[in-house]
Design a protein around this ligand. Structure first.
Ligand code: HEM
Length: 440
């Protein structure tokens, strides 16, 4: 099924505003992907040209069919891309501490970041590019994505509680704008949080089908922000562990189970409006069309898991391992009978029917970060969940899971953060956080 956010050219769109944005981007000075029109009619860059047999894409020294350009996901729109748009295969996530205490400098940075993100998501380099600029100056772009297609890159930004107030200080005059929904997350039983992997003033989530494209995006934003922001922590992810495209094959997590079977679909606008997108009437008008993101680094004790019998593994989730079918059912998407699962089963406890209808959009990734020094892999799930309000989203579900989930024996939450992700950047005059800083 074609996603409703997908253009004819195969490029997911946020809304009509994106088409204008795409055309605008197509006029940019330098392109990472030079498009050659066989017909001589001239073909625009970006979403408008990301497909079709009558086009080719020059990537470095190669010429590839445009279909392999990996499709561009529109940057401009009502909502930020990277939330309900199709989940790509790779992640680079970074949380930044703001080092400057100058509000104007922070605003200038957000504007510069927005322009760089618009370029990179369209498959273009930052600024004047990696080559061809002044020989005496360092290039605007670091260059490692030269020749690579846009790879469905999305860059999503969020603001943490400490941007609004830190150690009792209203750092940037934003305290009054802090949404009541942007709470400090409570401590949950079994949490073992590492402060150096938690919190942050600003987060940037870069997702792409090519890890180098995702890393390039974070690296270039960090580079632009040098002296004004510093990376507090960052996380690489591979193998999406949930999907917003239920008609596609459901991915598996590192425990070998299908993950994301019952998630909010990218095409289900009604559920998104109820459970994912914040509205002006929720309190903070600048967050209308935005969403609240919870990030949790969840370590998996996979060595213990791998010694657990199959039947026990299946009972822990309440779904079977091969098909992903709920207990007592045949097919993955059969309606679950929660009572057929153990009272401690993860799916039974997390299902909306056990939580007064609470629904969150999961968008996590697997990770393996070397060893823990004790002969085991430091592996797990980098859990990302978007919702309209964590007080009626992540918090009640996690309270229930932390209490009795059978999975707790095999996992531990070691990092945590909460961010208010503003609405989408509407056009090339708009920028990340404009509503927050300027009230419009
Ligand atoms: C390492 C930790 C976790 C693992 C391995 C994991 C794995 C899974 C699996 C395999 C499923 C069943 C397939 C599906 O519908 O997606 C599932 C469902 C779900 N999980 Fe998790 N999960 C983890 C942590 C969490 C956390 C922290 C939350 C939220 C606080 C959560 C919320 C949910 C929800 C809401 C569902 C869907 C239940 C339903 O409606 O049927 N999970 N999880």
């Amino acid at each position: 099924m074609a996603d409703e956010n997908t253009t004819e050219a195969g490029a997911p769109q946020q809304d009509g505003a994106d088409r204008a944005g795409t055309t605008e981007r197509a006029r940019g000075p330098v392109s990472r992907r030079a498009v050659i029109g066989w017909t001589g009619a001239g073909i625009a860059l970006g979403a408008a040209a990301a497909g079709g047999a009558a086009a080719a894409v020059r990537t470095g020294n190669d010429v590839q069919p445009a279909g392999s350009a990996g499709n561009v996901i529109a940057f401009h729109g009502t909502n930020q891309a990277g939330i309900t748009t199709p989940v790509q295969d790779r992640l680079h996530f970074a949380a930044f501490d703001v080092k400057t205490d100058d509000r104007a400098e922070l605003v200038a940075l957000l504007k510069e970041w927005t322009a760089a993100a618009a370029a990179m998501t369209a498959g273009k380099p930052v600024g004047a590019g990696a080559v061809g600029g002044l020989p005496e100056a360092p290039p605007d772009d670091t260059g490692e994505a030269l020749g690579l297609p846009s790879s469905r890159l999305t860059i999503t930004v969020g603001f943490g509680p400490t941007l609004f107030e830190k150690d009792g200080k209203d750092r940037f005059g934003l305290k009054a704008q802090r949404p009541t929904a942007l709470v400090d997350l409570p401590a949950f039983p079994h949490d073992n949080l590492d402060a150096t992997r938690s919190g942050g003033d600003i987060c940037v989530q870069a997702c792409a089908d090519d890890p180098q494209v995702a890393v390039h995006a974070i690296r270039n934003l960090a580079r632009i922000g040098f002296g004004k922001v510093a990376v507090r922590w960052s996380q690489l992810g591979f193998g999406k562990t949930s999907s917003t495209t239920p008609d596609e094959q459901t991915p598996r997590n590192l425990m070998g189970f299908k993950d994301g079977t019952h998630n909010v679909a990218g095409s289900d606008r009604a559920t998104q409006d109820e459970h994912v997108w914040a509205a002006a009437k929720d309190g903070a008008a600048w967050m209308a069309g935005g969403s609240y993101l919870v990030a949790r680094r969840i370590r998996m004790h996979i060595e213990t898991w791998d010694r657990t019998p199959l039947k026990e593994q299946e009972d822990i989730f309440g779904r079977n391992k091969g098909e992903g079918a709920p207990a007592g059912k045949q097919r993955e998407h059969d309606t679950p009978n929660l009572k057929a699962m153990l009272p401690t089963a993860h799916v039974r406890l997390a299902h909306p029917d056990s939580n007064s209808g609470v629904t969150i959009l999961r968008r996590g990734y697997s990770f393996t970060d070397g060893t823990d020094g004790l002969g085991r892999l430091d592996a797990g799930l980098f859990f990302l969940a978007y919702q309209r309000d964590v007080r009626s989203g992540f918090i009640p579900v996690q309270k229930r899971l932390a209490g009795t989930d059978a999975l707790n024996e095999y996992i531990q939450h070691v990092g945590s953060a909460h961010f208010a992700c503003p609405p989408g950047v509407r056009d090339s005059a708009d920028w990340w956080g404009r509503g927050l800083f300027e009230g419009k």
